[in-house]
Design a protein around this ligand. Structure first.
Ligand SMILES: [Zn+2]
Length: 142
């Protein structure tokens, strides 16, 4: 899935046999507006004024439904609640800084190199989607 607009995301939801209710559109709008994975609380609070606020219970229910349908996925942050993002076919993975908490998408080509090295050395097929690679970002590194 490569939805970059609300119309495309709504089409994805309908293609999976779900109703694109106002509450689900609101969740999708927030995930599209966010430039990194966000918590259910951040979605419910409206991303600090960027999207409409909504009921936290409703956000959780809709994130769960959308995740089971394959439209949304979550990843485990090193600290704090699970973070949600739109599921994308070409997604590589995320980097998370233990000092400042920055979370950003990892460079796809770099991760492909890491996967290839793991495959060659250990016969292991690495998946980086459920957990970010935790470390120290360039700004926080001494
Ligand atoms: Zn940092």
């Amino acid at each position: 899935m490569t939805s970059t607009t609300i119309d495309a995301a709504v089409r994805e939801v309908r293609a999976r046999g779900l109703r694109a209710s106002a509450a689900r559109r609101l969740v999708l709008t927030a995930l599209l507006a966010a430039d990194q994975p966000v918590s259910a609380e951040e979605v419910a609070s409206g991303l600090r004024g960027r999207t409409a606020p909504s009921d936290l219970g409703s956000v959780y229910r809709n994130l769960d439904t959308l995740e089971r349908a394959g439209v949304v996925r979550h990843l485990h942050a090193p600290h704090g609640p699970s973070l949600y993002t739109l599921a994308r076919d070409n997604e590589a993975g995320y980097l998370s800084c233990v000092r400042c908490g920055e979370m950003r998408a990892a460079d796809r080509a770099t991760l492909a190199g890491v996967r290839a090295a793991l495959r060659d050395s250990a016969g292991y097929e690495g998946a980086f989607l459920s957990f970010p690679i935790v470390g120290v970002c360039g700004t926080c590194r001494p």
